[in-house]
Design a protein around this ligand. Structure first.
Ligand code: UD1
Length: 420
């Protein structure tokens, strides 16, 4: 079992380059199932969720080649198997996208019930509602989802909940359907726009991604033969922005889309740090303890739930008391118990938490409770006096490429130690 050993106290300074977005890459890879051809995807984050997605693709008949560390060549001309391996699909949430894409291409899909971070109940009723509206029969039993249709027909779907996963999955299932599909009350996250752009580059006809209403005009075939670059990771960029705030650092964050960060930037300014945008870079600098701030997580363009633990670390050392309300997940405050072991004063009240700012955090052994909690606890370790050890790194490796090396390059004292 690997662990990270972090010695805090150094303000982070220098430049860091953001990778391609995890949440986009894990949707683009299943989306390739819809292509009857070859495509190349660049700026792919080299992380474990992406590697499993590639293995699933191979198991259902695709040829997948890493042509460099961050570039994939995928040949999906011979998709033969409509059952995605159940053990692999149950490991992470985005495996559910194989249902939409296999159903779209083969009119049949069997996928293990998706796993992923334990953030509370993670239903997929809206995905199923969309598939059924398109004409599929869907059954959930014995830990698997089976969907089948003789024909998929364009339709009008209203999603009862703004869901990233359901928006992408229904879009995937409708790309090759007969006629047009209108999806209403869509999520608007940048990676939804990325999936639509990718599919359009490969031959689809999708309009409106990034707004509440997406219109998909069914096409006969996606031929591929194109190259597509994954959008920069909004959450990784935000993680480094908040690391600069927490450590009173001065960071230039490269290869990001500043406009995707507007909501976080507003909060960072409120906390008293400086933020400057310049083309595809963001400069964040902080010279004082953060001011208190209240946060409510919401679907994009609201404050992202996936940056809630990281901003929680900043608020745990802020000047004053702050409240975070979690608007998406039932149990996203598990990290607060770990932060309290480091001297934070946080009261978890279920869907909200009260952060009484303390002057200092102290190094302690802590455990990553989920992916973004892992990133937050690294930031806490970088702020704390003394040594922090962070275990349960499988969560971290699912979603951040080379994170400790990136942190080391900007002055962090952080080492990964592998133990039997
Ligand atoms: C995606 C992200 C995840 C992020 C989340 C919210 C990926 C791979 N993961 O997760 O990192 O935290 O968006 O930004 O992109 N819901 C239902 N029924 C459904 C689907 C969702 O009730 O059929 C509810 C969920 O329980 C949750 C809310 O809708 O309360 C939002 O979930 P959703 O946007 O679907 O999240 P994911 O796509 O799973």
């Amino acid at each position: 079992m690997d662990k990270l050993v972090i010695n805090g106290g150094n303000p982070l300074k220098g430049e860091v380059t953001i990778s391609g977005a995890k949440n986009a890459a894990v949707a683009l890879i299943p989306a390739t199932v819809l292509i009857d051809g070859i495509c190349t995807i660049t700026n792919v984050p080299n992380i474990s969720d992406v590697k499993i997605s590639c293995k699933i693709l191979e198991e259902i008949g695709a040829k997948v080649e890493w042509i460099s560390k961050n570039e994939l060549k995928i040949d999906t001309r011979n998709i033969t198997n409509t059952t995605a391996p159940l053990d692999m699909t149950s490991k992470f949430r985005a495996s559910s996208y194989f249902i939409g894409s296999l159903l779209g291409r083969c009119k049949k899909a069997v996928v293990g019930l998706p796993g992923g971070c334990n953030l509370g109940a993670r239903p997929i009723d809206q995905h199923i509602k969309g598939f059924e509206s398109l004409g599929a029969k869907v059954e959930v039993s014995q830990g698997r989802i089976s969907a089948e249709a003789t024909k998929l027909e364009g339709t009008h779907i209203y999603l009862d909940i703004v869901s990233v996963g359901a928006t992408i999955n229904v879009m995937l299932a409708s790309v090759l359907a007969d006629g047009s599909t209108i999806i209403e009350n869509c999520a608007k996250e940048p990676h939804i726009v990325d999936v639509a752009n990718f599919l359009n580059t490969m031959g689809a006809d999708i309009r409106g991604a990034g707004t509440d209403v997406i219109k998909v005009k069914g096409v006969k075939k996606l031929t591929g033969n194109s190259t597509y670059s994954v959008v920069p990771d909004q959450i990784e960029a935000g993680t480094f922005m908040l690391a600069a705030v927490a450590t009173k650092g001065d960071l230039i964050i490269k290869n990001c889309i500043p406009e995707h960060m507007d909501c976080l930037t507003a909060k960072i300014l409120e906390m008293g740090a400086k933020v400057e945008y310049n083309d595809d870079t963001i400069h964040v600098s902080a010279s004082q303890r953060p001011h208190k701030a209240n946060i409510k997580t919401q679907p994009y363009p609201g404050f992202p739930t996936d940056l809630q633990p990281q901003i929680g670390v900043c608020l745990s050392i802020a000047n004053g008391t702050s409240i975070i309300k979690e608007g998406i997940w039932e149990s996203r405050f598990q990290y607060t118990a770990e932060l309290n072991k480091m001297g934070a004063k946080i009261t978890d009240q279920g869907k909200s938490a009260i952060f009484e700012g303390v002057e200092k955090l102290y190094g302690a052994p802590v455990e990553a409770t989920d992916l973004r909690a892992a990133a937050a606890l690294i930031i806490a370790g970088l702020v704390a006096d003394g040594e922090t050890t962070l275990t349960n790194l499988a969560h971290l490796d699912r979603g951040y490429e080379n994170i400790e090396e990136k942190f080391r390059k900007i002055g962090a004292n952080i080492q990964r130690i592998s133990e039997e």
